[in-house]
Design a protein around this ligand. Structure first.
Ligand code: 6CS
Ligand code: FE
Length: 299
């Protein structure tokens, strides 16, 4: 095991007994402007990502691939061994399948999509170098599917997983329609330029409850107001095959789905190979490999 970084080297202390609050981001948002200037995103799309912390690409993934992913998901859901495994996270109250992790480690369409150039080349362009899969999951958000409270992924990945810098990006691929009414992803444009740290400390094994309903690292209403005063609330809506690429530190969340229309998305979280995980900055045991991968080989 690598040595725990001294607190002085922790540029984003959170949940280590300090006071909470906002500090400016120290890392760039675009790491690859020059190195990968001829990547799939246009200069305008790169600019949008830099300003907002996310960019939407409609029709990014073809219908046949979306259908293949949904078929694979249905097969996995019908497999009792999958449902009984630690990869399956159930909803807090009705026990239905909420998330399925590690979909990039199979050998089906979702694993292919994880390394597909339509996603991975964008991640390389934004992050300025080779990337690996830090985490993958499908969030099913069926009718009755519950909220993902507001959070920054980086805050969790830094504190609980040991991700040193803000050099990761997630692709959320719509496998069903994402609409205003079925629990879509909400984002605060511009929020990625601030790091919100939290007081207190993280209990051991927090991931056993946080993946059902996160409570640590969730901002208060006045924190959200602070961010929306400086940024803008937005929502990712799109047809199946649309993708939103969002920075690891953008504040985001999604409400309950009270309609019968599922909002099912596949998430692929890419981290720069040069930003490989160290020991968790919050002092807890590292989370398991299917939640925070420690296989840092480039895709
Ligand atoms: O705990 C995590 O790693 C994560 N949780 C949420 C709600 N979003 C990002 C990531 O999947
Ligand atoms: Fe998230």
């Amino acid at each position: 095991m690598s040595a725990q970084l001294a607190p002085a080297q922790d540029r984003y202390p959170s949940r280590v007994g300090q006071a909470g609050g906002f500090v400016p981001r120290e890392d760039p948002v675009l790491w690859g402007e020059r190195q990968h200037g001829d990547g799939p995103l246009s200069a305008e799309q790169m600019q949008r990502f830099d300003t907002d912390g996310f960019v939407v690409i409609e029709d990014a993934i073809d219908a046949a691939t979306v259908t293949a992913c949904l078929t694979e998901l249905a097969d996995l859901e019908a497999d009792p061994a999958q449902l009984a495994s630690e990869l399956a996270i159930t909803e807090p109250d009705d026990g239905l399948l909420r998330s399925l992790f590690d979909v990039h480690r199979g050998n089906g369409p979702m694993a292919s999509l994880a390394t597909d150039d339509r996603l991975a080349t964008v991640a390389r362009q934004l992050l300025g170098g080779d990337v690996y899969l830090h985490q993958s999951r499908v969030n099913l958000k069926r009718g009755g599917g519950k909220t993902f409270p507001w959070h920054s992924d980086f805050e969790t990945w830094h504190v609980e997983d040991g991700m040193p810098a803000m050099r990761a990006v997630s692709a959320s691929v719509a496998l069903t329609e994402n609409r205003a009414w079925n629990g879509p992803l909400l984002l605060i444009a511009g929020s990625h330029r601030w790091f919100l740290s939290f007081p207190g400390r993280t209990p051991d094994d927090n991931h056993r409850t946080s993946l059902k309903r996160q409570t640590y690292g969730v901002p208060q209403n006045d924190d959200l107001a602070w961010l929306t005063d400086r940024g803008r609330l937005d929502v990712f809506e799109g047809d199946p095959g649309s993708v939103v690429f969002f920075d690891c530190n953008v504040m985001h969340g999604s409400p309950d789905n009270i309609t019968p229309a599922p909002r099912t998305n596949a998430f692929f979280c890419y981290n720069a190979v040069d930003n490989a995980l160290v020991e968790p900055f919050g002092g807890t045991e590292p989370r398991p490999n299917h939640i925070a991968s420690r296989e840092f080989s480039a895709v």
